[in-house]
Design a binder for this molecule. Structure first.
Ligand SMILES: [Zn+2]
Length: 422
């Protein structure tokens, strides 16, 4: 391109940029744990350009007046299953649908997550492998409405394990996408991780103990061996990917932390040694302490399989008590709800439980913003409202630091500089 033409092109790009200014009455900064007042957020296209008091607003800027509201960074749920289709407490439901059906049923899940203020999710596995990648890419192309998705592609699990579709007769042969992440040795784990990296996943989900919501599973058990977990973390690191581990049992949790996972999911029965290890390794705990309400509710309505309720007995309260211990010990905590267990779009209900079990309101907000972004490895792009980051912005009336339940009803949602709810 000739220099003059290049200059004209650059000028045209500048002139056509969409400039927006948000007047924020109160602005929560999770990086510093403070609330600023009377701020202006200047947005150019999808990114934040400036934030501060008394910033010059360009004449052509679109002004959004949130001066009577509290403005926060878009929320991040680090444990969702958005791509699992319509809500169904029974994994066997997967056999009644094609892969295409499951992904299309997931379209409203994605919209519900975004409209409830969650501009980013870390989606940690789907029974139909790679459907989450298709969903993520459709959102990124703008074909459908949804949060920024970071996806796992499949569950990396032992045969018959927490991430497998279990309960079938041994002579039933599953199609490829219903057992894509099955692995039974360190080298099989490496092979699966390599395949998933090639498929374009953003992180790897391994299952280190049995599960509550899987037939024939025992949450008190260990599944992958330390060698297999180390293979997952090492192989994933070759592709720049982080690993999260599902684990309820104390040994499953500790094996995963020692192997170097970025986060432990659920962490229900973490013991004192596990808490000390998490601190020492800088591992996040991503504890879904609200969804017990939904499991019990569905149990009362007869919608939850009986064996799942037996697995769950007492585990909910144990997990909440251990959440309190981990917070008091100063372990790094992120916000993850296991969305899909409770209805999509209701993740915000977990905030009040995090406060009830020992967090300050600011800590609960940090878990879902700055901490979550750090866990994802994307602190330079999301997690707080700073120049250069994506304009992922939400707002609520009133003061969520005084009443955390305000985060259950987000009134304004912007993602990538585009308004989705106002
Ligand atoms: Zn889950």
């Amino acid at each position: 391109m000739k220099p003059l033409l290049a200059a004209i092109c650059a000028l045209t790009t500048l002139a056509s940029a969409q400039v927006t200014a948000i007047r924020a009455g109160r602005l929560v900064d999770p990086d510093s744990g403070t609330v600023l007042t009377d701020q202006v957020i200047l947005i150019r296209d999808s990114k934040i350009e400036k934030v501060g008091k008394g910033i010059d607003v360009p004449v052509k800027a679109t002004i959004i007046d949130l001066s009577k509201m509290t403005v926060l960074p878009g929320l991040i749920d680090c444990h969702t299953h958005v791509a699992d289709g319509a809500h169904d407490g029974e994994p066997m439901g997967q056999f009644k649908k094609t892969g295409a059906q499951v992904v299309l049923e997931s379209v409203p899940n994605a919209r519900a997550m975004l409209e409830s203020g969650f501009t980013t999710v870390r989606d940690v596995g789907t029974y139909r492998a790679l459907g989450d990648i298709a969903l993520r890419d459709a959102i990124n192309r703008g074909d459908i409405v949804g949060p920024r998705m970071f996806v796992a592609g499949a569950y990396v699990t032992i045969s018959g394990g927490a991430g497998a579709l279990t309960g079938l007769a041994p002579d039933i042969q599953l199609p490829w996408d219903l057992h894509y992440g099955e692995a039974n040795s360190p080298w099989e784990v490496r092979k699966v991780v390599r395949q998933l990296a090639h498929d374009g996943v953003d992180h790897i989900k391994v299952l280190s103990s049995g599960a509550v919501l899987t037939h024939g599973s025992n949450p008190h058990s260990q599944e992958f061996t330390p060698e297999e977990l180390q293979a997952a973390v090492d192989e994933a690191s070759h592709f720049g990917l982080r690993v999260e581990a599902h684990a309820h049992s104390p040994e499953g949790i500790k094996n995963a932390i020692r192997a170097g996972v970025a986060s432990v999911e659920h962490a229900s029965m973490i013991d004192d040694e596990g808490i000390a290890l998490a601190k020492q390794h800088g591992a996040y705990l991503d504890m879904d302490i609200y969804d017990e309400e939904c499991i019990q509710e569905e149990g009362r309505n007869g919608k939850m399989p009986k064996d799942f309720l037996e697995h769950d007995a007492q585990l909910g309260q144990i997990q909440r008590d251990n959440f309190r211990k981990a917070v008091a010990a100063g372990v790094k905590m992120s916000f993850g709800t296991d969305a899909g267990v409770c209805a999509y779009g209701t993740s915000g209900k977990q905030f009040a439980f995090m406060v009830k079990y020992g967090m300050t309101p600011m800590q609960a907000i940090q878990a879902a913003t700055s901490n979550a972004a750090d866990l994802l490895g994307h602190s330079s792009e999301i997690g707080s409202l700073k120049p250069g980051k994506y304009a992922d912005i939400i707002a609520v009336p009133g003061d969520p630091l005084a009443d955390i339940r305000l985060l259950e009803d987000i009134r304004f949602v912007m993602k990538d500089g585009k308004i989705y709810k106002q």
